[in-house]
Design a protein around this ligand. Structure first.
Ligand SMILES: [Zn+2]
Length: 468
């Protein structure tokens, strides 16, 4: 018998491998953070012993979901930006808040977002962290990842064209890149990425400098690409080309670039991204919330582009729920193409698992197989929402929710143990998040619009009652 750290015995293993392997009555042996072996229960049971064994009879076991685009600080902004298009939403909701964020606010928001993510079966998050003048904000978010126990990647936001509502201008791009180097020295090149906001947020020379820095240091890049028509309109105005051809001309594109959104791409631009081996993060809930449009995901997949799934920030979602993103992400192309077969449940799971790992430049997670990180969740289908189960893939995409996620393992560590968050005091985080969110809304002035909206709504309802 080989001694391992953790055994999972029983349950149906949905490996999400390309061969579609599913093992009924399976077993998984976990050692040193990785899956040592997986297969039929009896072969695992006879080979391995462990200090702790999880009985998973009747459960479904999936690889952890991967969220490749979010902004965790926005957990404090839930509900402040309803019913606005992107550029107005930025001016009314996010931009006034950013200068007032303290490192503690960033920590609490990130911990809260990680808790919600874990509870939706998500084991890996890529946080696009906006540019902060207090660079301790980045360390705070990385600390939250580690405390909650989720695998966290941080895209360090870069911006040198000031927003109108910004109180002070940002430091030059060289100082921002120097801070990226500091983060890479502390946390490693796997976790720290360069994240220019969008082409409209930086000078051309700064975009070029960022690309050079990434190439020299072997760092990966992520930016918002053609989320709304403003992106390419502004690119045309400033550079004489739409976003993607412009990025190609300045040598920015590559297989190490993750493009968030890509809603407005033309077919020719899809082909340019494919030619450069680009990766894309599909953020369906946010695209619907802001009325941005539907990205050409089926076309990008046909062209061989690496596509992944993201929740996007909680100010435009308004949650970090990856199970919801999975369902909405599967439904949206069906509506846009008027074709229920254009994008399937299996496509959705692939994007949210192996597609996510590939988009993050990693091949050591995203599927259940020996040698990969033990990132997985145990799904209890015995709830009205998900009973009966005929096809576990269909169940996960269309008939699931937080109620089903019983335990989550990240890097071999049990971080959600029978529905209990292990790493932090969840209730304390929830209470502090509410208090800090209220504080932030007052100093940022973001509540003003909200109270006006409710007053108008109330007046409308009152008027309707009088008429009745
Ligand atoms: Zn974003």
């Amino acid at each position: 018998m080989t001694d391992v750290d953790l055994l999972i015995l029983g349950g149906t293993l949905v490996t999400a491998r390309s061969d579609g392997r599913v093992v009924t009555d399976g077993g998984i042996a976990i050692a040193n953070g990785s899956i040592l072996e997986l297969g039929e229960r009896h072969t695992i049971q006879t080979q391995f012993s462990a200090r702790r064994t999880l009985a998973a009879d009747g459960m479904l076991i999936f690889p952890g979901l991967v969220d490749t685009h979010t902004h965790l600080y926005q957990m404090l902004l839930k509900g402040l930006g309803d019913d606005l298009p992107l550029m107005e939403w930025i001016d009314a909701c996010t931009q006034p808040s950013i200068p007032h964020l303290t490192p503690r606010m960033c920590y609490v928001a990130a911990a809260l977002g990680c808790i919600e993510s874990l509870r939706s079966g998500c084991t890996t998050i890529f946080d696009y962290t906006v540019h902060h003048s207090d660079t301790q904000a980045y360390d705070a978010i990385l600390q939250a990842f580690d405390d909650v126990g989720i695998q966290g990647f941080l895209g360090r936001g870069l911006r040198d064209r000031p927003a109108e509502t910004q109180r002070t201008s940002a430091p030059g791009i060289d100082a921002q890149l120097a801070d990226c180097a500091r983060l890479v020295d502390s946390y490693g090149a796997r976790r720290i990425w360069l994240a220019p906001g969008a082409t409209w947020a930086l000078e051309e020379e700064s975009l070029r400098a960022t690309r050079r820095f990434a190439t020299e240091r072997g760092l990966r890049l992520s930016l918002h690409t053609d989320e709304v028509t403003f992106d390419s309109d502004e690119s045309l105005r400033r550079f004489g080309q739409r976003t993607v051809p412009f990025l190609e001309r300045i040598g920015f594109l590559g297989a190490d670039v993750l493009h968030a959104h890509c809603v407005q791409l033309t077919d020719a631009e899809c082909q340019i991204l494919a030619r450069h081996g680009a990766c894309v993060s599909y953020n369906p809930v946010s695209n619907m919330y802001l009325g941005s449009g539907v990205p050409p995901i089926p076309r990008l997949l046909d062209l061989g582009v690496t596509v992944s799934l993201g929740a996007d920030g909680a100010a435009s979602n308004n949650s970090q729920d990856m199970l919801e993103a999975l369902k909405v992400g599967a439904l949206l192309p069906k509506v846009a193409w008027r074709d229920p077969a254009v994008f399937t449940a299996a496509d959705a799971i692939r994007l949210a698992t192996s597609g996510g790992a590939a988009a993050l430049g990693c091949d050591d997670f995203g599927t259940l197989e020996a040698g990969k990180r033990a990132d997985l969740f145990i799904f209890d289908p015995l709830h009205a929402k998900s009973t009966p189960v005929h096809d576990p893939v269909s169940t996960l995409v269309y008939s699931s929710g937080e109620v089903n996620v019983r335990s989550v393992i990240v890097g071999g560590r049990l971080v959600l143990d029978d529905r209990r968050i292990v790493g932090v005091d969840e209730e304390a985080i929830l209470r502090e998040a509410q208090r800090l969110a209220e504080q932030l809304a007052v100093v940022a002035g973001t509540r003003r619009r909200l109270s006006g909206r409710w007053m108008r709504e109330r007046a409308r309802i009152k008027g309707a009652l009088v008429e009745a």
